[in-house]
Ligand binder design. Structure first.
Ligand code: ARG
Ligand code: ZN
Length: 891
């Protein structure tokens, strides 16, 4: 069934108090719920509660047991007919955590019990109005065997803990903040705990705790440090203070997503908690910081103000992703200022934009295209998407650009003033922001801007520029297109889509690469922001002394595709001189894409591949540029990923992309051997102890990039360097860098030996073994047969989402030459179906791997179609997979 945004109806009752009694047992847990309701509608309505995989034991209304004739019970709802406006419902039900492989609701992981309730998991715990606009106070009593479950946690404050008979004990928790059911959490088991008491800004004490597997205490120092910095940063940058006496993070090894912001009791995928120098890479350290920040920031943007319904998901996710991106950028720029700080922040921006282009642009062009506020869905679990999260964050970032930092903060303060404690809509958020915008810009509104919330697809912005030497004026014309996407393409005539409000940041460079200041709205600046609100607009700038070279969409000021034909010579100039570090990176990447696409064509036509010597020259000058930081240099000198390149070929040509990427890497390696070697050695930090700080991790990234180019070029020393780096490494970044270079480029038996050595050494550490599976999944020599062999390895398990992602998802998404074969597609379909038996949410994610099937050339297109049909024809598909496959096949 399809649910539509416009069908929203308020719930006819308020829930004033929830009391839950848990009798925990992995085989059968008994939950007694006492719910106090109060009529909210003008007349008495039936009370409809959600439930899933529950066994109802008893039901009582105002203390009187109800007989089956007095209520309606079916698979997913329980309907009761109250006869008074205020009443108490008591429900006793049973669930089976150890049979719950979906990892939604109450489940077992590593012998411990965890819950995951967002979006609709609470209904697997008890019958309940499981929707975010029903908020209530919770009091929770948990009883369990004390030896097996020494720790019993839930949201809020611990009121009481005591021993019971028969080796059991109980704990009582009370959460003072009203919350929707999706923020409920319960955890039980045995954990190590690292904690610290901090003073919040107003001088209150708050206890911060990180719980992890017994024996992993030494791996939670970074997580607690990240949490502390998150609390401080939200105070200093956003003026938001922690509203709890106790804030807990708990690590789980089986988890469908990254983490969950349950009030006061965040549950995390262990991959985003555990880190030490030996087992976590620099990238893992940064990812932990980002996710801990993200979940913490939800405490205000998500929990204090929550979503009215799930169509509003981007209200909390887009905003919170924007906040975690800013947090990470500020952490990178800590202690720096001016251009150095900007360059440090740009590294984060580059990584975020790369993610957006890799995951969101294709989504916005495919069968699952949806606005950041979707209009309809069949399964909400399918809408935790790059569009809602990452494009949602871009839409917030544009508001930040339009309002400025001070204006944005004023708008957010207004948002909290209006809506603290409520469940609201995206529109409510925009209105608060608009109130500030209208004050800053009398007569203007966000009427056009609001369309970002209802319009899917990536806008295209065509740029043209004309220069009149006689009067030294330059005219810039921007023209936007919003082509139909996804199902819009099916309607005839195609739906015309109105223009959006696009803040477009622009700079001009002279022929010598120097910035030409632009006078706009009475001020002269190196970067100006144009407000594109119509289909086409022009701006004329005066006192431009020479024909300028434009630097377009600086800082990536809007999630659009820029169309502007320009010469490689101009791109090379921007690559060397653009003062905007993002645009500079962009110019280098565009040059590389041009070169790669020319190679794809050459291979397709069977003509001799050629690499432009100017391209090599540009790369050489970047490599030798001593003004760039190592982290930035590593970004600029990395080639676009194969998947990103694939999206740019028409029809999509996976094998051509693989060939071209490899060829260019080899050529760049060979042509620049000396600077790569020099770079490698210059960025090797002798004996200094490992720190995950931005400067030293930037050097490791660059060193590992150099190693890859040297390996690609088959430089006579490269394999020795890689082996030495691997075996002598004193941190996981170096170790993985060495091993990955071997796995990708070595043809000797040393590679297999190193992989075996790695397994031997780290087999006890699940997160490290995930990396071992991933390396092999993406190795160019890995075939389906090899993956099937790895799937019967004793360490493989399909039940553990991290493991399935490490091997199966990585192979399907990031091993183009392995997956784009007839066996590859059949393998993919088999795995979607296998996963669907146990974990529909994860299965549906894998099902999306070939959303873009219709854009492939033959024979891939027909073969993918067949694989999709094969999935569709299976009798018992979950609603999750069924929605994905039917949408993919409709296009
Ligand atoms: N709210 C969580 C986050 O973004 C994501 C949880 C989604 N869970 C799920 N099972 N779909 O931080
Ligand atoms: Zn989130």
């Amino acid at each position: 069934p399809t649910i539509s945004r416009h069908d929203y109806q308020p719930y006819p009752y308020r829930l004033t108090q929830v009391t839950l009694d848990f009798d925990l047992d992995p085989g059968q847990t008994r939950v007694q719920a006492q719910l106090q309701f109060e009529q909210a509608a003008t007349s008495l309505q039936p009370l409809v509660l959600n439930g899933q995989d529950l066994q109802l034991e008893s039901l009582a209304l105002n203390g009187r047991a109800l007989t089956p004739e007095q209520y309606q019970l079916n698979d997913d709802t329980l309907v009761v007919h109250p006869d008074t406006g205020t009443f108490t419902l008591e429900i006793t039900s049973l669930c089976q955590p150890d049979k719950n492989t979906s990892l939604m609701g109450l489940y077992v992981s590593g012998g411990k019990l965890f819950t995951q309730c967002e979006a609709e998991g609470f209904r697997r715990i008890t019958w309940f109005p499981d929707r975010p606009d029903v908020m209530a106070r919770y009091r929770v009593r948990i009883r369990a065997n004390k030896q097996q479950y020494p720790l019993l946690l839930s949201n809020g404050n611990l009121l009481e803990q005591r021993d019971l008979a028969d080796g059991r004990h109980e704990a009582i928790w009370e959460d003072p903040h009203p919350k929707p059911s999706y923020l409920f959490a319960l955890v039980a088991g045995s954990f190590d705990c690292r904690e610290q008491t901090i003073k919040t800004r107003s001088g209150r004490d708050a206890l911060l705790q990180v719980y992890s597997d017994v024996g992993t205490y030494n791996k939670t120092e970074w997580a607690l440090d990240c949490l502390t910095r998150s609390v401080k940063w939200d105070e200093s940058r956003f003026n938001l203070e922690l509203d709890l006496d106790r804030f807990m993070i708990v690590a789980a090894h089986d988890f469908n997503m990254g983490a969950m912001e349950n009030k006061g009791l965040n549950v995390f995928n262990a991959a985003y908690v555990l880190a030490d120098a030996d087992t976590a890479t620099d990238a893992a350290y940064r990812a932990i910081e980002a996710v801990i920040g993200h979940e913490y920031f939800h405490n205000w943007t998500g929990n204090r103000v929550t979503c009215r319904d799930w169509f509003q998901l981007s209200l909390k996710e887009g905003l919170t992703v924007f906040r975690d991106q800013e947090f990470s950028a500020d952490m990178l720029a800590q202690g720096l200022d001016g251009a150095e700080a900007e360059s440090a922040r740009a590294v984060k921006r580059i990584d975020d934009v790369s993610t957006l282009r890799l995951a969101q642009f294709p989504e916005d062009a495919g069968p699952m295209a949806h606005p950041i506020r979707p209009e309809s869905y069949q399964e909400i679990g399918n809408f935790y998407t790059a569009t809602v999260y990452e494009k949602g964050a871009e839409v917030i970032r544009m508001q930040h650009t339009l309002l400025g930092e001070a204006g944005f903060q004023a708008g957010l303060a207004e948002y909290f003033r209006r809506h603290d404690g409520a469940a609201v809509t995206c529109d409510d958020f925009v209105s608060a922001m608009e109130s500030v915008y209208a004050k800053q810009n009398p007569g203007k509104s966000f009427d056009i801007f609001r369309r970002w919330y209802s319009q899917a697809g990536t806008p295209r912005v065509q740029v043209s520029l004309s220069y009149a030497a006689e009067d030294q004026t330059c005219t810039v014309t921007l023209r936007q297109h919003n082509p139909p996407v996804g199902i819009e393409k099916l309607s005839t005539p195609p739906q015309a889509k109105p223009p959006l409000h696009i803040p477009f940041a622009l700079g001009l460079l002279g022929q010598d690469g120097q910035a030409l200041p632009i006078t706009h709205e009475g001020k002269a600046a190196d970067t100006i922001v144009l407000d594109l609100c119509h289909e086409e607009q022009s701006w004329t700038f005066t006192q431009i002394p020479e024909q300028p070279i434009p630097s377009l969409l600086r800082r990536f000021s809007a999630p659009v595709i820029v169309e502007f034909d320009r010469s490689n010579a101009d791109l090379a100039l921007l690559t060397r001189h653009d003062s905007d570090p993002f645009a500079r990176w962009e110019a280098a990447q565009t040059l590389a894409s041009h070169q790669l696409l020319a190679l794809v064509q050459a291979f397709a036509r069977n003509t001799a591949p050629e690499v432009d010597p100017h391209f090599i020259g540009t790369w050489r000058s970047l490599l030798n540029d001593t003004s760039l930081t190592a982290a930035y240099k590593a970004r600029v000198l990395s080639l676009p990923s194969q998947r990103e390149l694939l999206e740019k070929t028409t029809p999509m040509d996976p094998l051509g992309v693989v060939q071209a990427s490899r060829y260019l890497r080899v050529e760049l390696g060979k042509a620049l051997v000396e600077p790569w070697l020099a770079t490698y050695h210059a960025n090797t930090d002798g004996d200094t102890p490992y720190q995950p700080d931005p400067a030293s991790s930037g050097r490791r990234t660059l060193k590992n990039l150099a190693l890859n180019y040297l390996m690609a070029a088959q430089h006579p020393q490269a394999e020795q360097l890689a082996l030495a780096q691997y075996y002598d490494a004193r941190n996981m970044t170096d170790r993985m860098g060495g091993l990955s270079a071997l796995v990708h480029y070595s043809t000797s038996t040393e590679c297999g030996r190193a992989l075996d050595h790695f397994y031997e050494q780290w087999q006890q550490d699940a997160l490290v073994i995930d990396k071992w599976f991933t390396l092999q999944a993406v190795a160019p020599t890995t075939s389906v047969e090899k993956i099937r062999a790895l799937m019967v390895h004793p360490a493989f398990s399909m039940r553990n989402p991290n493991r399935a992602r490490a091997l199966i998802f990585q192979f399907c998404l990031n091993n183009l030459q392995g997956i784009h074969t007839p066996e590859g597609y059949a393998f993919w379909a088999d795995q979607v179906l296998a996963l669907d038996q146990t974990n529909p949410e994860i299965a549906a994610r894998l099902a999306r791997a070939f959303d873009n099937w219709a854009r492939f050339g033959q024979p891939q297109r027909d073969a993918l179609h067949q694989a999709l049909e094969h999935i569709r024809q299976q009798p018992k598909l979950s609603p999750n997979v069924s929605e994905i496959i039917s949408k993919a096949l409709n296009i």
